[in-house]
Design a protein around this ligand. Structure first.
Ligand code: NAD
Length: 472
């Protein structure tokens, strides 16, 4: 099938590359001429596993890039809209990019088209897209609007797209549902997974994925409700972590206990410094605004958001309790991206924390495997960006772990220790066992667990020093 994907950002690029891998002819459209030129020249503007391989595999054959939306619409049967839906000042989704695409699509229709919302949009958006297209001259029979929400996670976006837990098709008419069924048939039939060149399956792949066909409104709600539920799970476990800290329990043990209940599940029970990124924060406020407009005050979401913000303040209090005063302190920071595996720093709790620490008079040496270029554009110029975790630790009063990159969970601890001025690690992502850290001589702060510090016991003499774990 010939497909246009409008918006070549995190979602559009991944969707376009994956649709091409499924065998479709894809044109990826963007109104950012620089981005289109960069893509055409073979550069990949985002950090995402398997994406460079997919783009290279299909570019110039099944995958092309364009700034000309009208031409792409005329050449395609399905138009996926994957433009941004950022929050406005009131926390509602700003749908002006979606509206502008709908207007342009209406002006270019030359036969039956399915316009598919891939962007995360509030319920009723499909009705509005239809209305806008009719107002701009599209014939009622010449198009349908469907909702096909995207559930990919940055960092594992390609495998999430190709090995989804489910595919949701919100279609109010069978003729547009049929088009979407055909597009996803290589996945739902299982044929894609038999190909020797298929992108490798992740753990826990649900193949073939089920197709859930709903009304467009239900699909729009599924996406907002899913993200709100996941954010709630994170805030819930962060609230539990706070209680663990007060009573001396271990939140990792508590999570193991509650996550083993199959009704709850282990995933997303990750205590830390809170969620961030381009989706949860904006989708929660947008969902709350939609609910309010429908006459329902979704106060649960207020609390989810409040706990999330509080989590950063709690972490800052830990830094203070480790170092006493902050002015003039030198901190090593590991991680700037909002999560591991991506270069995305939108609403990153790590970036927000670094901003506060700088305001408090700290100096910061930061390392992130992928997000430093993007961080440079938003953080003050006095951040010192370094080339590895050990350089970040060099001469630092303490080392802060702010993003759960895999490489931060496998550091050479003796090497790290000799680099630090004081052996203090404040881990906002619980990447280590407190016992391991104290055995290596660190005072170790984490989330929802007791702070541990090595106690040097000198019994018979200097060379019989032992280290034992003590709760600080
Ligand atoms: N990033 C994620 O992890 C994720 C996951 C699921 C859903 N979503 C949703 O998908 C949507 C896109 O998110 P994203 O992270 O890919 O955004 P993004 O900002 O990375 O990309 C959006 C792209 O759309 C382009 N664009 C804007 N207006 C355009 C127009 N009129 N014509 C052509 N191109 C236009 C921009 O130049 C940009 O390249 C959002 O609604 C988001 O909530 C995102």
């Amino acid at each position: 099938m010939r497909i246009a994907v409008v918006g070549s950002g995190y979602v559009g690029l991944v969707a376009g590359g994956c649709f091409a891998d499924l065998g479709h002819e894809v044109v990826l459209v963007d109104n950012d001429a620089q981005k289109v030129a960069a893509l055409e020249s073979g550069s990949v503007p985002i950090h995402e596993q398997f994406l460079p391989e997919l783009l290279e595999r299909h570019q110039g054959s099944r995958l092309t890039f364009s700034g000309n939306l009208a031409k792409a619409v005329r050449a395609s049967s399905a138009i996926f809209v994957a433009v941004g839906t950022p929050p406005n000042d009131a926390g509602e989704a700003d749908l002006s990019y979606v509206e502008s695409v709908a207007r342009e699509v209406a002006g270019a229709i030359n036969g039956y088209k399915v316009v598919v919302e891939k962007s995360t949009v509030p319920v009723y958006t499909s009705n509005w897209v239809r209305t806008i297209m009719l107002r701009n001259g599209a014939e009622p029979e010449s198009f349908d609007v469907a909702s096909n929400p995207e559930f990919l996670r940055e960092g594992t976006a390609v495998t999430d797209f190709l090995y989804p837990d489910r595919i949701v098709l919100g279609a109010d008419h069978e003729r547009c549902a049929a088009v979407l069924r055909e597009i996803y048939a290589p996945l739902t039939s299982g044929k894609y997974y038999q190909r020797p060149d298929a992108v490798p399956a992740p753990e826990r792949a649900n193949v073939p994925p089920p197709l859930i066909v709903t009304s467009a409104k239900s699909a729009e709600l599924i996406k907002h409700a899913s993200n709100a539920f996941l954010a709630m799970k994170i805030s819930f476990v962060n609230a539990v972590a706070s209680i663990c800290e007060s009573v001396g329990a271990d939140v990792q043990q508590v999570c193991q206990g509650i996550g083993s209940d199959s009704r709850i599940g282990k995933r997303f029970l990750n205590p830390g410094i809170g969620y961030g990124g381009s989706c949860f924060p904006k989708d929660l406020t947008a969902f709350r605004a939609v609910a309010r407009e429908c006459g329902y005050e979704f106060r649960l979401l207020d609390e989810v958001i409040r706990i999330n913000e509080e989590q950063r303040h709690r972490f800052l209090r830990k830094v203070r309790s480790a170092l006493w005063t902050l002015r003039g302190k030198r901190l090593g920071v590991l991680g700037l991206a909002f999560k591991g595996g991506t270069d995305d720093i939108r609403e990153s709790p790590a970036v927000l924390l670094v901003q506060t620490l700088l305001q408090e008079g700290c100096t910061v040496a930061a390392y992130d495997p992928a997000a430093m270029d993007r961080a440079r554009a938003v953080l003050p110029a006095n951040v010192n960006y370094v080339s590895d975790p050990y350089e970040a630790a060099s001469g630092a009063d303490a080392l802060l772990i702010l993003t759960e990159w895999e490489e931060f969970a496998a550091l050479d601890l003796p090497r790290l220790r000799v680099r630090l001025k004081y052996p203090i690690i404040i881990d906002g992502r619980n990447l280590y066992h407190p016992e391991t850290m104290t055995a290596h001589g660190f005072t170790y702060y984490s989330v929802g667990r007791q702070t541990t510090t090595p106690e040097v016991i000198s019994s018979a003499g200097a060379d019989s020093k032992k280290i034992k774990v003590k709760n600080a």
